[in-house]
Write a new protein. Structure first.
Length: 643
């Protein structure tokens, strides 16, 4: 099946156009570096079927970045059955053309989509589309992806190119042309059936492209390699710099020359209102106050909404449970299993609608408005103090809604070390389920201030853990080079689709595990296995944590669902008046242990998916160890303060 392949620089609007055509199947954010693995969907265009592929954004084919290498490898392996659709951010045309030159040099069927043409016009830029078509020899279509403008025309041109197989023009590389010809002549004498044009291979040899260098070593004789090395050495001697830098500088100049031929920029003295907004929001002092106030307001509204609406769901779940209890009898295995399904479904529903849904709505607004990237920039300095950089804050913020999408979001990070450390810290974040325990136990029975202390302690522990891990792994985090996107009004279609996309991760991955865990728990209770579990865990529960032995089962099954630990606590001690059975120190100890210990099963599954089972196990051991240390510390420290 033929393919349409979307390729372009980060934040150029590829994923937005993909979703416009294929339906919402990928995150499309006003935030660079969101797509880190390619997404494919089958589409029907003019009664023919095509695979539409959205590749991770890249600035250059010369890269060591894991996500960008996915794009480079995918494109190089494709042949005439694929049409490359190069999406360009028209408002930064000169910079974008450098990647277009690299794509055109592949000599594959392609079209150019000048996306965000409205932004270019707002900047006073006038682009001569016909001149650009003449230079590259391929169709050029202006689009506004978030509004759907020009998208049909873009794919119509791609469809036509898929039939004609028309290739881009050969681009003249000015002073490099004699060198490229010399290398091409050497390649021609080898008489090998190369899968790329000789000029493209010559460019890659000058750029010292590692993957293609290995490919060519297998297809060029020793004599041929010696001649090519000699040509490259002469170039470097003449230019007094490495050949890859010569190519890069030449391509940069060529991109700017093409820009001057095709575009006119009318300068204006009036500063864009968005620049004035950034003077405040990115201010080295006031920017942090605004960020803190915004995030505090966001979480306050989420928790207020969640606390207000959650009882309505729980009441209806109780009614449904009562109906089946009357129908099947409370002492039957059938009711036990159905009760487990209802409790698991209700527990998930009690998380999704009251807490996750509003959280993801706020997050989508932050992303699409462009402010989330600014948060990453503002917090970068702090994150570097614990061995990470600003991008790591995105999964951590997500974790406050649900740890599962937070873990899955670590894929935006480039370094495996950063991914591992950030995933560990994200599992320590008190998600909405753990928030229920903190405020429902400490906040209700002790004080709201005590609950807030646990949140502050959590931040401190995360900082210390990140610092220790980064030191232990001896891998300094790279500096943050982050493109700050322009502010946008979030599009309704993308806004709704993105919210569902993130909820879907919870629905498909976490919710089934919640239901299965609830069924297992109910069956254990049905066969009265709880006393055996409590007796088995008593040395740890009582001896180490200083808690009543009957609480053992609550700790075990809190792994399945964190909020179950609170529900089962009331059942285990036989009352909801917790302070008649537990001391303040025991309440703190229990809460800290449940907040920090082994992540829930759904989170473990997400960790295994992103990092592998070995790292998922390591992270679980780290969090369990922290939980024990904090719980034991609380056991002995809290009484000292007379609480």
């Amino acid at each position: 099946m033929a393919e349409f392949i979307l390729i372009g620089q980060p934040n150029c609007g590829k994923s937005t156009i993909f979703n416009e055509v294929a339906g919402y199947k990928t995150i499309a954010s006003n935030f660079p570096g969101v797509s880190v693995e390619f997404t494919k969907s089958e589409i029907d265009f003019k009664n023919e079927k095509f695979d539409l592929v959205d590749l991770p954004g890249l600035y250059s084919s010369q890269t060591t970045d894991e996500a960008e290498l996915v794009t480079v490898k995918y494109v190089r392996e494709k042949h005439d059955d694929a049409v490359l659709i190069n999406i360009i951010d028209a408002s930064v045309l000169s910079r974008s053309l450098e990647l277009t030159l690299q794509i055109a040099s592949l000599k594959r069927p392609m079209v150019i989509g000048l996306n965000m043409i409205d932004e270019a016009r707002a900047k006073g830029m006038k682009i001569d589309f016909e001149k650009l078509e003449e230079i590259f020899g391929v169709p050029v279509v202006p689009t506004v992806g978030r509004k759907g403008e020009g998208v049909f025309e873009l794919f119509e041109q791609a469809f036509n190119i898929s039939k004609s197989k028309k290739l881009p023009n050969e681009i003249d590389f000015d002073k490099l042309e004699p060198v490229l010809k010399e290398i091409s002549d050497v390649l021609a004498k080898e008489q090998k059936p190369y899968k790329f044009s000789k000029k493209f291979l010559a460019l890659k040899l000058l750029e010292k492209d590692s993957p293609l260098k290995e490919y060519l070593q297998q297809n060029i004789s020793n004599i041929g390699r010696s001649k090519i090395d000699s040509v490259i050495a002469q170039l470097e001697s003449r230019e007094k710099k490495e050949s890859e830098f010569v190519v890069s500088a030449t391509r940069h100049d060529l991109a700017f020359t093409i820009f001057k031929k095709c575009a006119v920029l009318q300068h204006t003295d009036n500063r864009d209102i968005r620049t004035k907004i950034d003077d405040v929001l990115m201010h080295p002092v006031f920017g942090y106050f605004f960020m803190g106030g915004l995030l505090y307001s966001m979480f306050f509204l989420i928790f207020t909404f969640g606390n207000f609406i959650e009882p309505y769901f729980l009441d209806n779940i109780a009614l449904l449970t009562g109906y089946f209890e009357n129908l099947l009898g409370s002492n039957t295995l059938a009711f036990t299993i159905i009760h487990g399904v209802i409790e698991g479904f209700g527990g998930g529903l009690g998380i999704v609608v009251p807490y996750l849904l509003p959280f993801f709505i706020f997050l989508a607004v932050l992303e699409d408005s462009g402010y989330l990237a600014r948060i990453a920039y503002l917090i970068d300095n702090f994150m570097h103090r614990i061995g990470l950089h600003g991008l790591s804050v995105i999964p951590i913020i997500l974790g406050y809604g649900c740890t599962v999408p937070g873990i899955l979001a670590t894929r935006i990070l480039k370094s495996p070390t950063d991914k591992f450390i950030t995933a560990t810290l994200t599992t320590l974040v008190p998600c909405s389920a753990r928030m229920t325990i903190i405020f429902g136990l400490v906040g209700f029975f002790i004080s709201i201030k005590a609950a807030i202390i646990i949140y502050i302690l959590n931040l401190i522990i995360m900082g210390i853990t990140g610092k220790i891990m980064s030191k232990a792994m001896d891998d300094v985090s790279s500096g943050l080079i982050l493109e700050i996107p322009r502010y946008h009004m979030p599009g309704f279609k993308a806004f709704v689709g993105k919210t569902w996309f993130r909820l879907r991760e919870f629905v498909l991955l976490a919710w089934p595990i919640l239901i299965i865990g609830s069924i297992v728990l109910e069956v254990i209770n049905f066969y009265n296995l709880t006393p055996f579990i409590n007796n088995f865990l008593e040395p740890f529960t009582t001896g180490v944590l200083g808690l009543p032995a009957v609480i053992g089962v609550t700790l075990l099954f809190g792994i399945m669902r964190k909020e179950l630990a609170l529900i089962l606590l009331f059942t285990a001690i036989g009352t909801k008046e917790v302070l008649t059975v537990l001391t303040y120190a025991q309440v703190f100890s229990f809460t800290l242990f449940v907040t920090f210990y082994v992540p829930c099963l759904a989170t473990i599954a997400a960790l295994a998916k992103e990092l592998g089972w070995k790292k998922a196990l390591v992270i679980s051991i780290i969090t369990a160890g922290l939980a024990v240390i904090l719980a034991v510390a609380a056991r002995f420290i809290v009484p000292v303060f007379g609480i």
